[in-house]
Design a protein around this ligand. Structure first.
Ligand code: SAH
Length: 471
């Protein structure tokens, strides 16, 4: 008698080759396809491709494979504009047309809301507003933290880390990074020449020797101001005057040159102390008509053009008439709070990082905004106290980190019973989980949402959502 094969006794083995059509995009930009009941994740394959693949790893219901050859290329494939995109770990979608990227991102959010959030697909399609993309999806980043190292033949190299490694991939010397600022290649060249002329060594992660760790460059895209900050392992740099001269000759936009001291081993880029060696310790940028001071360490969204569109949508979703008490949870340096404050009665920000709260308070003052308060602490600790003290919540805006909101925060929001909740999220999966909790008892309904493409050429996506209380 023949025993029927158990379903998960999959007949394929490692290195077996097979043909597969790619139908979806994974969270790391990899292609996803199905073959004989198994789901495969395949790096370098894109939705719409038919590829010959070779199995690299098998689990019970899913596996990983690599592309051996593309049998039929997806209609959405385009040639990468970046000569090093295959080696660099930065952008995974440069070979997918921008229109297709936007379609995929809409689908990613929709799928998570349905699969994780438990929302009805037809309903989700009805309430989704079209994704907001960029007119020009390149050169959008306002910040670059560029590692400095030595090549095998002893040259000073700068660039970006290859995926899952600390090997520096140099970008094209004139083009630079395709999502970075066009001024960055000139600035890094000036720093490298200064290092060579003054025998300044790059820091070596293995031995802890050498001085220069990273070149941090920040731009105020609406003001044109630039900050260059060298992250160093020592107390100071030699020949600072030469560096200043060379940088200020390279770009008239440079308004601030700093050093940041980081003596720690490990992956954290910036150390505690920053010292301004030329110009101002901060640069400024604007979001709408609100001005922000940005220091080397400030958190500021990396794509200010899209940030403004995202916050504008959040403001629309909040539907303020000027009288409301608004909470801005996970408020960072107060970007959303200050953007909302002019249209609100009062805005209360809650943020865990003390330096960010200091920035928020300073930014409020800088703009003459007097109807905001910022509290330092975890939202899960601070919000229940503020609500218990009787500070009303007409509208609650939250913009949590990737892991989403703590269950206690969700419970407190529900108990505070605001008219509207505006949820801004950088992770559709935790967003879907939290929205399902917020809608669970039927007192709130998800009314609208908009995906906003803050990170073209990568799989990341932001979403703004509006929930209203209807009983
Ligand atoms: N809305 C802000 C920042 C959003 S990023 C802006 O757009 O600028 C998320 C923020 O949440 C970060 O500033 C992070 O420091 C903060 N954060 C993380 N966990 C937190 C918690 N448990 N309570 C309060 N803030 C938290």
């Amino acid at each position: 008698m023949q025993i029927p094969a158990r379903k998960y006794n999959y007949p394929m083995k490692k290195n077996d080759m097979f043909e597969i059509e790619i139908t979806g995009l994974g969270k790391d930009g990899e292609g996803i396809g199905h073959h004989d009941g198994m789901t495969f994740f395949i790096n370098g394959a894109l939705p719409g491709d038919i590829v010959e693949a070779s199995v690299t790893k098998l689990k019970k219901t899913y596996g990983y494979a690599r592309v051996v050859q593309i049998i039929k290329a997806s209609d959405d494939r385009v040639e990468s504009v970046c000569p090093v995109s295959k080696r660099c770990g930065g952008c995974s979608l440069l070979e997918l047309s921008y229109q297709a990227q936007l379609r995929m991102k809409e689908a990613l959010v929709e799928d998570d809301l349905v699969r994780i959030g438990g929302f009805d697909r037809e309903y989700i399609k009805e309430i989704q507003e079209p994704i907001i993309g960029m007119d020009d999806p390149l050169h959008y980043r306002n910040k670059a933290a560029i590692p400095v190292g030595l090549s095998q033949d002893g040259r000073i190299v700068t660039g970006y880390y290859a995926r899952h490694s600390h090997r520096i991939v140099e970008p094209d010397q004139t083009l630079g990074c395709m999502i970075g600022n066009a001024e960055d290649p000139g600035i890094t060249r000036a720093v490298k020449s200064w290092m060579t002329e003054n025998r300044v060594k790059p820091y070596d992660e293995m031995t802890g020797k050498g001085l220069i760790r990273h070149i941090l460059i920040r731009h105020g895209v609406h003001t044109g101001q630039t900050m260059v900050c060298l992250v160093i392992s020592g107390k100071s740099i030699p020949a600072a005057d030469n560096l200043i001269e060379s940088l200020t000759e390279t770009s008239p936009d440079i308004k601030s040159i700093c050093i940041n001291i980081n003596r720690e081993k490990g992956n954290v880029i910036l150390g505690e102390r920053t010292e301004c060696i030329w110009g101002e310790p901060v640069i400024t940028d604007r979001v709408g008509d609100v001005v922000f001071d940005i220091s080397a360490k400030s958190f500021f969204q990396v794509n200010p053009v899209q940030m403004q569109k995202l916050y504008q949508r959040a403001l629309e979703y909040a539907s303020l008439d000027g009288s409301e008490n608004v909470y801005d949870l996970y408020s960072g340096i107060g970007t959303i709070s200050l953007f909302l404050a002019r249209q609100a009665g009062h805005v209360t920000g809650v943020e865990v990082v003390p330096d960010a709260v200091k920035d928020a308070v300073r930014n409020a003052r800088l703009n003459g905004i007097t109807n905001t308060n910022f509290y330092t602490g975890k939202t899960e600790d601070v919000l229940p106290k503020l609500i218990a003290q009787g500070r009303p919540a007409d509208v609650i805006v939250l913009d949590p980190p990737r892991k989403g909101a703590d269950p206690e925060v969700i419970d407190t929001i529900l108990a505070a019973a605001p008219k509207r909740i505006v949820y801004v999220s950088c992770d559709p999966a935790t967003l879907a989980r939290d929205l399902s909790l917020l809608c669970a008892d039927g007192s709130y309904r998800l009314e609208k949402y908009t995906p906003v493409d803050q990170f073209p050429e990568t799989v990341h996506i932001e979403t703004a959502c509006r929930l209203s209380r209807h009983r």
